[in-house]
Design a protein around this ligand. Structure first.
Ligand SMILES: Nc1ncnc2c1ncn2[C@@H]1O[C@H](COP(=O)(O)OP(=O)(O)OP(=O)(O)O)[C@@H](O)[C@H]1O
Ligand SMILES: [Mg+2]
Length: 253
């Protein structure tokens, strides 16, 4: 009997050990699979980020080339044209007046182009910082068009990494371009609030707003804003509906 009992005991222990072994193996296998899936997901995300960032890099490079061309070539040619205009001497006062007017217009074009090239150039934005770049752009808009422009900045001389500031500046530019192009607004309110662990930017207009699920035309502007926000790991909120203006907020923490 005792021999039987020990055989039963042995068999039970053996079966138990086999069962535990199987369970452990299954658990290990599952964990490994989960890990593999996670790694695949991470690789996919890294790949998408890489594509996104190289696309934006190419775009920046194009901006830089255009900015350079405006500065070195078109700007120079116009300045020369202005000099030539100013050297015209004529006894006819009406002609002189017209030449003077043209010279003023060319001067204005030179100045506008200089601003444009500055706001396009990566190096300039990295150097002056987001706050000044935004302020410069808004000054240009309020000079050129009839908007009540309001800019609020808090955060002293806090700075983000230049690459992030550049991306945020491009987001700001697209949002403002959209206001000018689509909103029929009379006011533009921009706020940048910077604290050591938190950055927020809002761009708000009092224009016609739109239905985000049913847009009149699908450009690439809002898509770029989405992609850029994702690239720097920020949160994006677009608050709008027909008739009640648009507010775009970016939160980075
Ligand atoms: N501030 C705004 N006020 C009113 N409508 C807007 C505003 N911003 C965007 N929209 C609407 O959303 C649409 C999509 O904007 P998006 O920037 O993606 O494209 P787009 O400006 O038409 O073209 P693109 O930016 O490619 O030059 C616009 O066509 C417009 O109808
Ligand atoms: Mg647009």
């Amino acid at each position: 009997l005792s021999e039987n009992a020990s055989i039963v005991l042995f068999a039970t222990v053996f079966l138990l050990a086999v069962a535990i072994g199987i369970v452990v193996l299954v658990l290990i296998y599952q964990k490994k699979q989960l890990q593999n899936a996670r790694e695949r997901e991470q690789l996919k995300e890294a790949f998408e980020r890489e594509i996104l960032s190289s696309r934006l890099e190419i775009q920046e490079q194009t901006f830089n080339n255009i900015a350079q061309e405006i500065h070195d070539n078109i700007g120079q040619v116009l300045s020369l044209a202005r000099l030539t205009l100013n050297s015209i001497e004529c006894s006819e006062p009406a002609v002189n007046e017209k030449v003077g007017n043209i010279s003023v217009l060319v001067g204005k074009a030179v100045q506008d182009l200089r601003h444009l090239s500055r706001s396009m150039h990566t190096g300039n934005i990295a150097e002056t910082g987001l706050e000044k770049a935004v302020k410069g752009e808004l000054d240009m808009i309020s000079r050129a068009a009839n908007y009540s422009v309001n800019f609020q900045f808090t955060g002293g001389d806090a700075r983000l990494p230049p690459q992030q500031e550049l991306i945020l500046f491009r987001i700001f530019q697209e949002a403002v371009n959209n206001i000018i192009k689509h909103a029929r607004a009379t006011s533009i309110d921009v706020g940048i609030h910077h604290s050591p662990d938190h950055f927020a930017m809002t761009i708000k207009d009092n224009g016609k707003g739109f239905d985000i699920n049913n847009m009149e035309s699908a450009g690439i502007g809002l898509l770029n804003i989405r992609n850029r926000t994702k690239l720097i790991g920020a949160d994006l909120k677009i608050d709008t509906s027909p008739g009640s203006g648009t507010c775009i907020s970016i939160l980075l923490q």
